[in-house]
Design a protein around this ligand. Sequence first.
Ligand SMILES: CC(=O)SCCNC(=O)CCNC(=O)[C@H](O)C(C)(C)COP(=O)(O)OP(=O)(O)OC[C@H]1O[C@@H](n2cnc3c(N)ncnc32)[C@H](O)[C@@H]1OP(=O)(O)O
Length: 166
Amino acid sequence: MQVALREIGNCVIRRCDLSDLIPAMEINLKTLPEHYSDYFYESLLAELPEAFLVAEIDKKLVGYIMCKIEYGFSNFKKLGFVKKGHVVSIAVLPEHRKKGIGEGLVQEAIAGVKLKKSDELYLEVRCSNNEAVRLYEKIGFVTKQRLKAYYRDGEDAYLMAIEFAY
Ligand SMILES: CC(=O)SCCNC(=O)CCNC(=O)[C@H](O)C(C)(C)COP(=O)(O)OP(=O)(O)OC[C@H]1O[C@@H](n2cnc3c(N)ncnc32)[C@H](O)[C@@H]1OP(=O)(O)O
């Protein structure tokens, strides 16, 4: 059983267990058009459990965030090569939104990638996804690029990133 990292009312944010993967995949299927194989979920959990987190209310999962670590060019320093966290996916079930659960998941994922000494955290988000963009901006992410036709349906993405100081 994983310890609570943060409590928001009756919602607990904690690390994901293997047994949470199917409920997390179900939330993803209900909430986002981008889906992944079960192998991909398992590998993200194995590689970065510090930033694969779930939100739970009364023993039922209502949200998740999953991330990976990459090495590459900085989104902030010209020609800098850095260790970067990448938010692969985050979602909260519609009936549990606007209670601070999304923010709690992102803040705890930031703490998780900082445990791995990442210099930055970045993500891609649909340009039309105002709720998510507002949430990321509130937390301190800045838009660094517009990625043309990033999604399969042709929509552009914003690449948003946040830099850490230690
Ligand atoms: C990298 C990627 O995965 S990009 C794709 C992101 N995921 C999705 O789009 C999936 C569908 N969307 C979602 O799952 C959700 O909308 C998320 C994850 C984007 C946000 O989750 P939420 O739990 O609603 O976020 P949270 O509650 O922290 O903040 C959302 C809003 O609620 C407000 N809020 C927070 N707590 C409260 C509260 N107690 N009462 C009222 N409003 C509140 C916030 O201020 C924010 O308001 P704003 O939109 O006016 O800025």
